[in-house]
Design a protein around this ligand. Structure first.
Ligand SMILES: [Mn+2]
Length: 299
């Protein structure tokens, strides 16, 4: 059978495919996880498990090589597609495969503060991110699974060319994020509001400090960031990680604040969330949210 990573957002369709023998990978919809015996999810009630990439490679490599049909939900990210590649047995026998799974797991669970560029296998992940586009459709998701094999089989010099481009892109985005912080950033106590930015820049805006732990407020210049994206106006709020969010807002992290934020309908997880989808908001809502967040910080 041909390898396929079939993508959907519908939990009923996930269950239908699983009944046909497809293996569910990161099929978490509305807090519900659909898994089979391989337990390929780590969200919601399964959030105690390690990332799927690391378990697929270590515990179940090649387990679905005879029947490589998979179903995934949302976006096919590095963790999901690498797990599918490992279960399918298509990854080459290469010493970089293990460290790559570990790096993917690290970035998947704590996306902020991991210095991908300085990791030995970081270049492969950066090139995969650049070329895959973290797709939502079946054909592109399936290609993104094969892309791991393609990159691991490339001659070193060819891979280095792609890595150089990926590094340039990363540097350009981070430079644009720093400029947006200087031009459009406003601090309200511990909360930083970014009124406009041409790029996603949370990794830059949090500002990792030399002193202070990764999982403590002390470790960050701006432990809470709210940013407004334009057209349609939508606010994203984030903390660098769940430990920082809990130190600031209590055991539920940012979830403790969502109900108090305007307009009604904010949602998300402990360390990341946003204003309601489909509701266009402006700068006034951004600063109101920043003030409200500041009031909720435990002293
Ligand atoms: Mn994951």
């Amino acid at each position: 059978m041909a390898l396929e990573l079939w993508m959907t957002n519908d939990v009923g369709q996930v269950r239908g495919r699983v009944a046909q023998g497809f293996c569910p990978v990161e099929c978490s919809v509305g807090g519900q996880s659909v898994v089979d015996g391989l337990m390929m999810d780590h969200h919601g009630e399964l959030s105690g498990l390690e990332s799927v990439a690391i378990r697929a490679l270590r515990d179940h490599a090649g387990a679905r090589s005879e029947d490589p049909r998979f179903v995934g939900v949302g976006q096919a990210d590095a963790d999901m597609t690498f797990a599918v590649a490992a279960l399918s047995g298509i990854l080459p026998d290469d010493p970089r495969v293990g460290p790559l799974a570990e790096l993917i797991a690290l970035v998947d669970t704590e996306p902020i503060g991991v210095d991908i560029a300085s990791s030995e296998v970081g270049g492969i992940l950066m090139v995969w991110n650049t070329l895959s586009g973290s797709p939502r459709d079946t054909a592109s998701a399936t290609a993104a699974v094969y892309l791991w094999r393609t990159l691991l089989c490339l001659p070193a010099q060819t891979l280095a060319l792609f890595e150089a481009v990926a590094r340039q892109r990363l540097q350009a985005r981070q430079e644009a994020a720093r400029e947006a912080l200087e031009a459009h950033g406003r601090s309200l106590g511990l909360v930083l509001a970014i009124e406009r930015s041409p790029v996603w820049g949370f990794d830059v805006w949090y500002g990792r400090r030399q002193q202070g732990a990764f999982g403590s407020v002390e470790g960050w210049e701006h432990p809470v960031v709210v940013a407004l994206s334009q057209e349609p106006g939508r606010i994203t709020v984030g903390c660098p990680n769940a430990a920082v969010a809990r130190e600031l807002f209590g055991p539920d992290g940012l979830r403790h604040v969502f109900e108090a934020l305007e307009p009604k309908g904010w949602g998300g997880r402990e360390a990341i969330g946003g204003s309601p989808r489909g509701v266009d908001v402006g700068a006034d809502a951004l600063y109101k949210a920043a003030e409200c967040l500041e009031r909720f910080i435990l002293r």
